[in-house]
Design a protein around this ligand. Sequence first.
Ligand SMILES: Cc1cc2nc3c(=O)[nH]c(=O)nc-3n(C[C@H](O)[C@H](O)[C@H](O)COP(=O)(O)OP(=O)(O)OC[C@H]3O[C@@H](n4cnc5c(N)ncnc54)[C@H](O)[C@@H]3O)c2cc1C
Length: 395
Amino acid sequence: MPLKYDAIIVGLGPAGAAAAYKLASNGLMVLALDKEKFPRYKTCGGAVSYKVNKILNMDFSSAAEDVTEGIVFSFRAKRQIFIPHNTPIATMVMRDRFDNLLAEKAKAKGVEILYNIKVNGIEEDDSQVVVKTEKEDFKASAVVAADGASSFIARDYFKIPLKPNTLTIEGEFSLDKEILSTLKGKAIIDFGLIPWGYGWIFPKGNNLSVGIAGLSSKTNSNFKNYYNEFVKRHDILKGLKPIREGGWIIPQFLGNKIKISGKRILLAGDAAHIVDPFIGEGIYYAIRSGQIAANAITCGIKNNDFTSYEKEIEREIYPELEAAQKVADMVYSYPKIWSSMLEADTAFIKKYYDVITGDCSYQAFLQEILTTSKFSILIKAVKGWLKEVIRWEGS
Ligand SMILES: Cc1cc2nc3c(=O)[nH]c(=O)nc-3n(C[C@H](O)[C@H](O)[C@H](O)COP(=O)(O)OP(=O)(O)OC[C@H]3O[C@@H](n4cnc5c(N)ncnc54)[C@H](O)[C@@H]3O)c2cc1C
């Protein structure tokens, strides 16, 4: 008997919604399940990089709270420097509205959506996947597991460890409209206070998203102290109390160390640890991996082979995230030096803006840092400076 659904999507965040939309556009019968009722709040900075506009063939401007056209960089909340860009860099969104919009677009394409239904088991064989929920079981030819950072499918079925990861705390602060208007179009990024990470202040409509992210293995046990310190040091937040505050994790990019597909189950987005290890950007990679999963399923159903998914992710995404990892290693090892570099020469950051907008790849950016004479002189200077420091600390 033919199966009712070609594909089931578990989780309707950006990865699941993008996969569902693409599968339905390709003419497949799709069921999408999410444990929450939408629109649902999600702890997130909500910066959707402009490269998303290049891959998402839909208008999501109705979910835009702000459009970022430049970033104020600081080091330990001091030495602020505003570096504008000649085109928009990111769209700031509240995830409840953004994710709901993507889900509605998928629904309009014909995806059947069930909210408030938690998937709690999954089995695959050579011909189908059975998705078990607290209410009933569903069957399909293939499944996109897009159930986020704490994915039970990644942990239980693919045995991918949850740690190490990046810890985060994010709060929403309501700010006087006049002060808020001075931040319109700008984002604030601070290095140096959070080990192997950074802090951010993003304007979003009537509120500010204030958050920190740092690698769990590099931070000490009381992560909240870093957050309190970050908030304390920013004058703009003085005397304010968050309307909402929460901690969550960003999965660490693991690349080829993990398997992200089975016979017919494909992990996408955070569940597959497909996240930029430098800035923690996950929305673009969730959408893109969801789309790649959808195309692999569309072909896979015809030829009974779903292996193209992992191959395509390895070809298109992993080299980018490997380059991002190298940038992270350089910058977070010596944040002070990189902040000084940034002050001395804004060309470096302007080039990085092109990575955020999708006009330059991470690989090309890394290559430029390592080979451009200007940057290599700086790197040599950094190496020399470090030797001095090590000698001085050892003496
Ligand atoms: C504090 C913080 C700030 C961030 N800031 C940014 C940012 O500014 N820009 C950016 O690009 N990225 C940011 N990220 C990363 C970004 O949030 C994620 O990478 C992105 O949400 C991943 O999308 P996803 O679709 O894979 O998973 P999610 O968005 O997490 O969606 C998963 C969905 O699965 C559902 N689900 C989970 N389990 C089940 C189940 N058992 N059954 C059914 N449904 C289930 C959930 O309800 C959810 O709707 C941030 C992350 C954090 C924690």
